[in-house]
Design a protein around this ligand. Structure first.
Ligand SMILES: [Mn+2]
Length: 355
C-alpha cells in the first residue's frame, strides 16, 4: 500500500516493542501537520501501553489546541518553555521518532543532542531530500499530502489495526485528519487519490471534519484579517508574474500579529490567474522568514534553495534571510525579490519535475 514496504513496518514495530522510552519530535514552529502527526503518534504509542512523550520545539498554536487533549498535554514537553526537561527526555530515550522534517536542523536547539544521541532514530516525513543516512529507519514519501497521510498509511499496516481506520484511537484519527487538512489547505493543494481515501476512511471511522474546520479555518482573530487586507492592498506584482508581500516588524506590532497568524497568507495571490509564484516575507527579530508558493511548472523549492537559504516541496517552500547582513530592511527585501525572481524565471532551472 502506498509504496510502504511491509518489512519496514515490521522493523518499526520491533523498534517500538523493544524501546523502553520513546520520544516523538516535530519541527520548530509546529504547524497542523507537525502537531497532528506528532499527537497521533503519541496517542497511538500510549494507547499501546508504551512510555511515550511528544516534544514540540515551540508551543502549539492556539488554533490547534483542540488536539492537545488531556492525554496529549500530560505527555508533551515544550522545548522553548522547558529546555532542560526536553533535553533530559531525549537523553533517556532509546527510540526517537522524528516527524514532518527532513533534517535534525529543523528541530532547532535540540539538533546537536539529536545528532549525537545513541538512541534508535526513525524518520517519517514528506519533504524533499531527507538526511536518510542519519536514521535507522526512514519512511519518506514526497508524493503525498502530508506527514499525517504517510503516518496514517503506516499505522493502518500495523498489526492490531489491520487496515481498519476504525481501530485507530479516536484522538489519533482526529489529529491525522487535521494534519492532512491543514497541509493541503483543505484539499486545495497536494491532494492525491490516496489523500481522499484517507479522508474517506477517517470520516467513516467517525472523525468530525466540521469540528476540525471550525478550529483551523474559522476561528481567527479580527487582527489577522485586517493585516491580510493591508498586505493584499500593498502587494506588488512583477512583470514576470511574481506576487510578493512583506510584513515588517512595525506593521506586525501595529496589528498585534501573533505567531502563526500569517499562516496561509502566501497562498492567496495564487488565486490571480497571471501569478506564477507568490512570496511572503515576515520580519522576525534578526531575520525575514520567507514562504514561497508556485504553480505547476515553476519550482518554489528551487527558488528557496537558490536565493533564500531554504527549500521544501516543489510547489511550497520556505527559507530565511538574516537582517541586516543579507537584507537591510523591507525596502531592500523588495529590491532583492524583484532582482532574483526575474533572474530565476528567466533561467531554465525554475522548472519543476511536475509539469
Ligand atoms: Mn507537513
Amino acid at each position: 500500500m502506498n509504496g510502504i514496504n511491509i518489512s519496514d513496518i515490521h522493523r518499526f514495530e520491533n523498534f517500538i516493542a523493544s524501546a523502553g522510552r520513546t520520544t516523538v519530535l516535530v519541527h520548530i514552529r509546529p504547524d497542523g501537520d507537525a502537531v497532528g502527526s506528532g499527537a497521533a503518534m503519541l496517542v497511538f504509542l500510549r494507547q499501546s501501553g508504551k512510555d511515550a512523550v511528544l516534544i514540540l520545539p515551540h508551543s502549539c498554536p492556539d488554533s490547534l489546541m483542540f488536539l492537545m487533549t488531556e492525554e496529549v498535554r500530560r505527555n508533551t514537553l515544550i522545548y522553548e518553555d522547558n529546555p532542560r526537561a526536553a533535553e533530559d527526555r531525549i537523553k533517556e530515550s532509546d527510540l526517537l521518532i522524528c516527524e514532518d522534517f527532513n533534517d535534525f536542523s529543523r528541530a532547532g536547539g535540540m539538533a546537536p543532542l539529536l545528532e549525537s544521541s545513541g538512541a534508535a532514530k526513525i524518520l517519517i516525513d514528506h519533504h524533499l531530500n531527507p538526511s536518510s543516512e542519519k536514521f535507522d529507519l526512514v519512511f519518506s514519501r514526497t508524493e503525498t499530502s502530508s506527514t499525517s497521510e504517510l503516518l496514517y498509511n503506516i499505522l493502518l499496516l500495523m498489526s492490531g489495526i489491520g487496515g481498519d481506520a476504525g481501530r485507530l484511537p479516536a484522538d489519533a484519527a482526529t489529529a491525522l485528519m487535521t494534519g492532512m487538512t491543514t497541509d493541503t489547505n483543505n484539499f486545495a493543494n497536494s491532494t492525491y487519490p490516496e489523500t481522499l481515501e484517507m479522508a474517506s476512511g477517517l470520516i467513516k471511522a467517525g472523525v468530525d471534519r466540521e469540528m476540525i474546520l471550525g478550529h483551523v479555518f474559522n476561528n481567527f482573530r479580527e487582527e489577522r484579517l485586517r493585516v491580510l487586507g493591508k498586505l493584499l492592498t500593498d502587494m506588488t506584482i512583477t512583470e514576470d508574474g511574481v506576487a510578493y508581500m512583506i510584513l515588517d516588524r512595525k506593521t506586525a506590532a501595529e496589528y498585534d500579529i501573533q505567531e502563526g497568524e500569517t499562516e496561509g497568507f502566501v497562498n492567496m495571490p495564487l488565486s490571480i490567474g497571471k501569478i506564477k509564484m507568490s512570496i511572503f516575507l515576515k520580519q522576525d527579530k534578526d531575520r525575514f522568514r520567507v514562504s514561497i508558493r508556485s504553480k505547476k511548472g515553476i519550482s518554489a523549492n528551487g527558488c528557496a534553495k537558490r536565493y533564500f537559504n531554504g527549500g521544501g516541496h516543489e510547489l511550497a517552500a520556505g527559507g530565511k534571510m538574516m537582517v541586516p547582513s543579507e537584507l537591510k530592511d523591507a525596502e531592500d527585501a523588495a529590491r532583492y525579490i524583484e532582482k532574483v525572481t526575474h533572474e530565476y524565471l528567466s533561467s531554465t532551472d525554475r522548472r519543476t519535475s511536475l509539469q
